[in-house]
Design a binder for this molecule. Sequence first.
Ligand code: GUN
Length: 293
Amino acid sequence: MTILNGKQIAAEIRSELKAQIATLLNQGKRAPKLGIVIVGHNPASETYVANKIKACAEVGIEAVKIAYEDTISEQELLAEVHKLNSDTSMDGFIVQLPLPKHIDEQTITSAIDYQKDVDGLTPENVGRAAKGLPCIVSATPRGIRELLSRYDITTDGKHIVVIGRSNIVGKPMATLLMQKHERGNATVTLCHSHTAHLKQICLSADIIIVAVGHPGLLTADMVSEGATIIDVGITRVEDPSTERGYRLAGDVDYEQVAPKCAYITPVPGGVGPMTIVSLLQNTLQAYSLNSTL
Ligand code: GUN
């Protein structure tokens, strides 16, 4: 069994990005710039945003945090999105999710200029991904594809089960894996909360990608010997024995599942760092699309 070390691979990619950006600066170009909009004080979101800003600083991307209280109206947030769309110095930006209940996530994410949409969430990027056209790919699926690639895990002709149908992971992941692409060409089954016979479907999988946010959902009896397991879940579970008062739990019953696997991602240190590094890669991609360089 091999542990897929997302933390280490992400560090390698960050040093590659750092070198690429240093070269751009040496050529007299400006640094790439990423806007990060955050609404309210969701503790997990604040941690993610802090990690994204830290990662930007490490590679030489200028990160601008735009924070609002959760009293902001949908109209006001929409106005911020339009402002960022027309700010030519801003190469890309994200609106950290989830948003407060009175703000419709679809309305906000759909308003982002698709060439600045470094989360790959706009209808334009989702549609382009589905058609196999050049696009900005959602960060977590991009990170998982990169992780598979760096460990030389093939997907061609494999049966890949994706559990979870979120717009941010499950759906774009399934789309990506079925494309005519070196790390695609898979037979993909997308499962969700209404799927019948989940265990039987999982037992026929070469690769299982779980992204539901339900700790321990994938148990050993659902996994065949030699499968590859990618755990996207990262849920804060109360744990008074820890200093922070919580621990991070994946969607996989790691202790029981790991011995059966060829490859498995840990939580934390698997998919999470890859998501952040993919955002950096997407920002560099948006920078090269920006005609004002
Ligand atoms: N919330 C959890 N993950 C993400 C992400 O990748 N992007 C955004 N915008 N919000 C998130």
